[in-house]
Design a protein around this ligand. Structure first.
Ligand code: FES
Length: 158
C-alpha cells in the first residue's frame, strides 16, 4: 500500500520495528485521505492539541487498511492503532468505510485471542470538518492506551 505522511510524522521501519525511543508510547493512526487526514490537517492548522505519540499513516480509503496491516503495526511495537474513516455514506469509493467497519468489528473480537486488549484498537469516523473530534479522539485514545500500558508494566488491574 502506498502511504503519504505528514512531514513531522514518524514512520514504521519494516526491518527494525517502529521508530521511537524505548519506553515511548506509540500510536499508529491510519487516516483516510479524503476525510480524517483533512480533519487532522485542519486540527494542525487550527493549533488544536494532537498527542505527539500519534504517528499518522495516510491511506486513500479506510477500506485499504487490511487487518494484516493493523496486526503488523502491533507486531512492530505499536501500543495502540486507530483507523479513522469517512462517515457512512461519504466514502469516495462507495463502500470502503463499510468494509473497514466490518473488518474492525471482526478484528476487535480476534484481538484478545492474540493477547491484545481490544481497548488498544479504535475505529471511528472523522470528516474533513471535524478537527475538534480528531483532536479529542486522538487525545482520549492516547490516554486510554497510556493507562493500559502503565497497568501492564506495573501489573495493576483496571
Ligand atoms: S474514501 Fe474515506 S473511507 Fe473511503
Amino acid at each position: 500500500m502506498s502511504c503519504q505522511t505528514l512531514p513531522h510524522e514518524r514512520h514504521m521501519d519494516h526491518q527494525h520495528g517502529m521508530a521511537g525511543t524505548d519506553g515511548e508510547l506509540r500510536i499508529v493512526a491510519f487516516l483516510c485521505n479524503w476525510c480524517s487526514y483533512a480533519g487532522a490537517d485542519k486540527a494542525g492548522s487550527s493549533q488544536l492539541p494532537v498527542p505527539p505519540e500519534v504517528s499518522v499513516i495516510r491511506v486513500m480509503c479506510s477500506g485499504r487498511v487490511e487487518p494484516t496491516l493493523i496486526l503488523e503495526a502491533f507486531q512492530k511495537g505499536a501500543d495502540g492503532v486507530m483507523v479513522l474513516a469517512c462517515h457512512p455514506g461519504d466514502c469516495h469509493y462507495k463502500q470502503g468505510n463499510l468494509r473497514a467497519f466490518c473488518r474492525a468489528e471482526l478484528l476487535e473480537r480476534m484481538l484478545p485471542q492474540l493477547g491484545i486488549d481490544q481497548a488498544r484498537f479504535c475505529f471511528d469516523y472523522v470528516s474533513a470538518a471535524e478537527a475538534e473530534k480528531f483532536s479529542q479522539l486522538t487525545g482520549d485514545f492516547t490516554e486510554q492506551v497510556r493507562r493500559l500500558t502503565i497497568h501492564r508494566e506495573t501489573g495493576l488491574k483496571d
